[in-house]
Design a protein around this ligand. Structure first.
Ligand code: MN
Length: 196
């Protein structure tokens, strides 16, 4: 069975950029629902229920076809959110570190330019989806709960641009949510993901 991971910090840790009420709703309700629906969809498939979520998402072709859309949406949701909580933190390091810093500067010229490109991608994603930084420093976006991992590529940083991620605090102002999100990135964790 898949299990909702605890947040690696308190629900209010990302205030004032991401508020406590949103974190409760997003983690306890939305993420929990992906986990519950995934477990329900895979009932009786003990081999699939025993996999790591990253392995399952990477190997959707192993899922019986009639369950595949449910597993894609809810397994993707479980994997994406698990990564999302990890790459955030109450943070004083407002800039990338280590090899990620080097990679970003080499690819985009500066961190500011990278932020601009990434934010533009976030604003440009129509409807719901995610924006990702990949180990090769490209910026990728996916619709719904799809993940680059479904093509075998593990992202190192991800931004949830579903309305449920920001609507309570920012209403329809996605740009403001994204701008504030840059304050809560755990760049040490992103560096760790890169090295893996
Ligand atoms: Mn979400």
């Amino acid at each position: 069975m898949f299990k909702l991971p605890d947040l690696p910090y308190n629900y209010n840790a990302l205030e004032p950029f991401i508020d406590e009420t949103t974190m409760h709703l997003h983690h306890d309700k939305h993420h929990q629902t992906y986990v519950d629906n995934l477990n329900k969809a895979l009932e009786g498939h003990d081999d699939l229920l025993g996999m790591e979520i990253s392995e399952l998402v990477k190997n959707l072709d192993k899922v019986p076809e009639e369950l595949r859309i449910k597993v894609r949406n809810n397994g993707g949701g479980h994997f994406n959110h698990s990564l999302f909580w990890e790459i955030m933190a109450k943070n004083d390091t407002k800039e990338p570190v280590g090899e990620v810093k080097e990679g970003i500067e080499k690819t985009y010229g500066s961190f500011d330019e990278f932020k601009k490109k990434f934010s533009e991608k976030g604003l440009g994603r129509f409807g719901s989806g995610w924006i990702w930084l990949m180990p090769d420093m490209t910026i990728v976006d996916t619709p719904n709960q799809d993940s680059p991992l479904m093509d075998g590529k593990m992202p190192i940083l991800g931004l949830d641009v579903w309305e449920h991620a920001y609507y309570l605090k920012y209403q329809n102002r996605r740009a403001e949510y994204i701008e504030n999100w840059w304050n809560v990135i755990n760049w040490e964790k992103v560096e760790e993901n890169f090295k893996k």
